[in-house]
Design a binder for this molecule. Structure first.
Ligand code: 2P0
Length: 365
């Protein structure tokens, strides 16, 4: 756990992590699910059909500051550009929820930037809403413990509930509907950081996806005849995955993660009409992962709502995995991630570099 309730509640106004000129500033990292969240049982409360389990990364952070202002509308600056339309509305809706919890009505100025690609299946909404929840809770002086912060982040984007914490994290589906469901659906860390795996992120397309994961999961749950069987098997995958993490069994973790992800994509492919995020480049990487395993390298793939593939392996094998993926051709760009921290408040307000600059500075390719 990265911060205690005291550090959240107690930081507002203190010099170590208090408001900067832009207001409280939070940094959060993306997480990649090893057992996926795919489908909601309540769209408004973001209650998932199944629980999920993820690994928080140490790359592609989102940095967000929130300052309460004297104005009639929220103002949002995203990667240096004023947000409008649906992107602005989504943040306003989330701030309305924070304001309702705080009993406040004053508007905010939000400045946010992503170090990685946005909307490309690299969990930008997870880091984004984890950072926004953390900074907004501080700006509106909400006294939230990490569990409550995770539940709040969930209302911005389900997967953001997991990015409140570092390392391996489980997000409980929760029980029941309404208030009972809301209170029981939160994320928490489960240990296992000493596994110290690597995740080689193979970016084949940095562009935003054509179909958002929100719409895709709605269509899948509503129309795929394979959705229910996948959800049932995912519950079993989660139970097995928790045991595999508890016994620090990386090959089992990889095996479960790969089958769970392929199953999730099978449900999308069988939605009506089908939704396909996988591209020929994704398949080429899946083939390379199979070839690595045939060569005795413990490498397993997972893919989210986009064509990019993440390959789980040991820290020691990461250079070999990376070299293999880079060797596939110019279409692939890689970054190697390891276990990363939970969301935190910071004073720095440093603007993260762009993906291109990161790759130039220290990327694998
Ligand atoms: C996950 N994904 O578990 C799964 C796997 C994508 C594929 O969580 O509608 O952006 O905002 O709750 O969290 C992406 O979905 O969706 C996601 P909303 P979110 O990481």
């Amino acid at each position: 756990m990265t911060f205690s309730s005291a550090s959240i509640a107690g930081t507002v106004g203190d010099t170590a992590t208090g408001p900067t000129e832009e207001g409280p500033t939070a940094v959060a990292y993306p997480n990649i699910a090893l057992v996926k969240y795919w489908g909601k049982r309540d769209e408004e409360l973001f209650l998932p059909v199944t629980g999920s389990l993820s690994m928080t990364l140490d790359i592609f952070p989102t940095t967000t500051s929130v300052r309460v202002i004297d104005g009639r509308r929220d103002v949002v600056e995203f990667n240096g550009v004023a947000a409008t339309g649906a992107a602005l509305a989504r943040i306003e809706t989330f701030l309305d929820l924070v304001r309702a919890k705080a009993g406040r009505s004053d508007r905010a100025r939000v400045v946010t930037s992503n170090a990685g690609p946005t909307g490309a299946g690299l969990a930008s909404s997870a880091s984004g809403f984890a950072a926004l929840a953390t900074a907004a809770a501080a700006a509106y002086e909400l006294d939230l413990d990490p569990r409550a912060l995770s539940r709040l982040a969930r209302r911005g984007s389900g997967s953001a509930s997991r990015s409140i914490f570092g390392g391996f994290v489980v997000w409980h589906a929760g029980e029941g509907e309404g208030v009972a469901g809301d209170e029981s659906s939160y994320a928490e860390p489960i240990g296992g950081d000493e596994l110290d795996p690597a995740l080689v992120v193979a970016v084949v397309n940095q562009g935003a996806k054509a179909v958002s994961s929100r719409v895709a999961m709605r269509e899948t749950t509503a129309t795929s005849p394979f959705y229910r069987p996948w959800a049932e098997s995912s519950v079993l995958d989660l139970a097995e995955m928790r045991k595999a993490v508890a016994r620090r069994d990386l090959p089992a973790i990889g095996e479960i993660a790969e089958r769970n992800a392929l199953g999730m994509h099978a449900t999308m492919l069988t939605a009506r009409p089908g939704i396909r995020y996988l591209s020929p480049h994704s398949i080429a990487i899946l083939d390379a992962v199979l070839a690595l395993r045939a060569d005795g390298i413990m490498a397993y793939a997972t893919i989210d709502a986009g064509p990019n593939v993440k390959v789980l392996c040991t820290r020691g094998d990461a250079p070999r995995v990376n070299a293999t993926l880079v060797g596939l051709g110019d279409f692939v760009t890689t970054r190697t991630a390891h276990i990363g921290p939970g969301a935190s408040l910071t004073t720095s307000g440093a603007t993260p570099t762009t993906l291109g600059a990161q790759l130039a500075a220290g990327g694998d390719r």
